[in-house]
Ligand binder design. Structure first.
Ligand SMILES: *Cc1c(COP(=O)(O)O)cnc(C)c1O
Length: 376
């Protein structure tokens, strides 16, 4: 088998050895249920409390505002469905964007069936939402705004700080999907004035199946997972203790290395883009400046079938994705790429490469050369 060159870090990341090592004892040694009263369980309880403290310091909140979920989709679902139902006597209008992850969009679709009205904000040709459009779409009965911190397909970083400042003034609940931001953008919930913020460990070198939902004290939100009194009665279910230990450790590592790693990835990303634009008829989707995630490359291979190129790349051991990973295998053109103005054909001929901690310059040059070969 050929050596794997992994360029799909936005789909998921490998778990760091340090993270896995930190988790290990909580599988085999400290396996007590954190809700139990005997001494064995203290280790589990303490591990959860420590994780909350670590996370709270990094995102600038109180440990009691940190909740653990099963990942990004649950954090988004809890935020959107939970706050819609908690505020339904106040209003039924929700604002989001056309380029959100399906975890957000499909919650909105569900709520439409429940009688809520959703405004899907359009974005410009680089994927930015306009604050003016947001201001114009606010109604008396607007109860929630959900706008992502950074887009998973084209890496566009949205102006969440301005959005948060405006919504705070209006007293409207603000949720942001920060799943792609972690490890790339400093997350400070006070600076953004956000009420709900979701994260997923497996997008930043932690384990799959665990996430964080930050819930600002005082935010009206219903439960969506029912069960016991875990997590202060707000999310039933025995906590995923090893996962919680892992997510805290991973967040600490990526946060400590954020600036250095961003700088490194920016150089590699720019090299990838510069070299691949030498291929005839190749175009970059999205913007190329500091408002793009440092690890995102999304290219349109005009007229060529993206899935076909992906298949050939796979034969060479190269992992990348067509449109968004969640649509791999699906025939639909990416909703993000069509929202920024690409035709369905252009969207279908686009490929996303996302680099990360273990990507080298050698790999970049190798992949671009393969692309040249495969598309000529
Ligand atoms: C991956 C992703 C999600 C979903 O996270 P899961 O942990 O896979 O449920 C949500 N939003 C964005 C932006 C993502 O990239």
């Amino acid at each position: 088998m050929k050596k794997t060159i992994y360029m799909d870090y936005s789909a998921t990341t490998p778990v760091l050895k340090e993270v896995a090592a930190e988790m290990m004892p909580y599988f085999t040694e400290f396996y007590g249920n954190p809700a139990s009263i005997y001494t064995l369980s203290n280790e589990s309880k303490m591990a959860i409390d420590d994780a909350k403290i670590t996370i709270a310091k990094i995102i600038n909140c109180k440990p009691q505002e940190v909740f653990f979920t099963s990942g990004g989709s649950e954090g988004d679902s809890w935020s959107i469905i939970g706050s819609a139902f908690a505020n339904r006597n106040k209003g039924k209008h929700i604002i989001t964007t056309e380029i959100e992850h399906h975890a957000v969009l499909n919650c909105c679709k569900f709520l439409e069936k429940e009688g809520f009205e959703i405004t899907y904000l359009k974005v410009d040709s680089n994927g930015f939402v306009s604050i003016d459009d947001l201001k114009k779409s606010i109604r008396k009965d607007t109860i929630l705004v959900s706008i992502m911190m950074a887009n998973n397909e084209i890496g566009t970083i949205e102006p969440v700080k301005e959005i948060g400042a405006f919504l705070k003034e209006k007293n409207i609940t603000f949720h942001t999907d920060a799943v792609q931001a972690a490890g790339h953008i400093k997350i400070d919930v006070e600076e953004i004035n956000v009420d709900l913020l979701s994260l997923a460990a497996h997008k930043f070198y932690g384990p799959k199946g665990v996430g964080i939902l930050y819930i600002r004290k005082g935010t009206k939100i219903d439960n969506i997972i029912y069960g016991g009194q875990q997590q202060r009665g707000r999310r039933g279910g025995t906590e995923n203790v090893p996962g919680i230990v892992g997510i805290a450790k991973a967040l600490k590592i990526v946060n400590d290395e954020l600036e250095k790693e961003n700088e490194r990835e920016t150089v590699l990303r720019n090299l990838f883009i510069e070299k691949s634009l030498e291929i005839p008829n190749v175009k970059l989707n999205g913007i190329l400046n500091e408002k793009r995630l440092s690890n995102n490359i999304n290219l349109c291979f005009n007229e060529k079938d993206g899935e076909g190129i992906l298949f050939k790349l796979d034969m060479e051991g190269i992992c990348a994705s067509a449109g968004s990973a969640c649509q791999a295998g699906a025939m639909d053109a990416s909703h993000v790429l069509t929202a920024i103005g690409l035709s369905k054909e252009e969207a279908r001929s686009s490929i996303r490469f996302t680099i990360g901690k273990f990507t080298t310059e050698e790999e970049i040059l190798y992949v671009v050369n393969k692309l040249k070969e495969l598309t000529s």
